[in-house]
Design a protein around this ligand. Structure first.
Ligand code: CA
Length: 229
């Protein structure tokens, strides 16, 4: 029996059924909530390892649910949305969600998202002096990053970007979140510049080590550092 407990928040019975059947047949434990207020009390009562959250709930906006849960918990939250608009996903990610799925989604995608959340949960240990992910390592105290034995020659901005992604490994970070954390809030949300810096960083990360896919692009939304096994 899988020990991971998943809180599923979804008011649509057919989607809720699809998710619960999938989780059950893959040996996950789960609890169900059909609106925002029962989601908040279930999150407090059951202390789940992962939350799958529909954004369009009958009693409150899913983004509000995320904000309230983030007031006391950093449990990984994946948003499930019928809305294809990027604005909703971005609002959810900026409120503290970790990942998102757009309806309709496949069973395979659902399980893949859950695994990402599990890895994020397992990686969410207190800040360590040295971060490692595959051949990549970052010595935060020394301010150095390495790929295998070789030190990466990063610009100050590239190093800040790398540290931000690493500290949030497995989580999708929005353009706004990244630019505000790297350049400060006075910097306007210059996605084109960010893209250039990210391309430079990605090139250095992949240099000489084959094509380790460290940085995943979410078009129109942001970036995520993948946790390598
Ligand atoms: Ca809904």
């Amino acid at each position: 029996m899988n020990k991971t407990l998943i809180l599923v928040v979804e008011d649509d019975p057919s989607v809720r059924n699809l998710i619960s059947v999938t989780l059950k047949s893959n040996d996950y434990r789960y609890v169900l909530a059909t609106n925002g207020s029962s989601a908040l009390s279930a999150a407090a009562t059951h202390n789940p390892d992962i939350i799958l959250l529909d954004l369009g709930l009958p009693d409150m906006d899913g983004v509000e649910v995320i904000k309230r849960i983030r007031g006391w918990s950093d449990v990984p939250i994946a948003v499930i949305s019928a809305r294809s608009e990027d604005d909703d996903k971005i609002a959810a990610l900026d409120a503290g969600a970790d990942d998102y799925m757009t309806k309709p989604f496949s069973v395979a995608e659902l399980l893949a998202r859950v695994r990402v959340m599990q890895r994020r949960r397992n990686a969410a240990v207190t800040e360590q002096a040295v971060f490692t992910n595959g051949p990549l390592s970052i010595d935060f105290a020394a301010g150095c990053a390495y790929l295998g034995e070789e030190e990466l020659h990063l610009t100050p901005i590239e190093y800040k970007l790398l540290c931000l992604l690493a500290r949030n490994v497995g989580k999708v970070l929005t353009h706004t979140y990244i630019t505000q954390n790297v350049w400060g809030s006075s910097w306007d949300n210059d996605v084109a510049s960010l893209r250039v810096f990210m391309a430079g960083l990605r090139k250095k990360l992949e240099n000489g080590q084959g094509s380790q896919d460290y940085i995943q692009t979410h078009v129109g939304i942001g970036y995520r550092m993948n946790k390598l096994n």
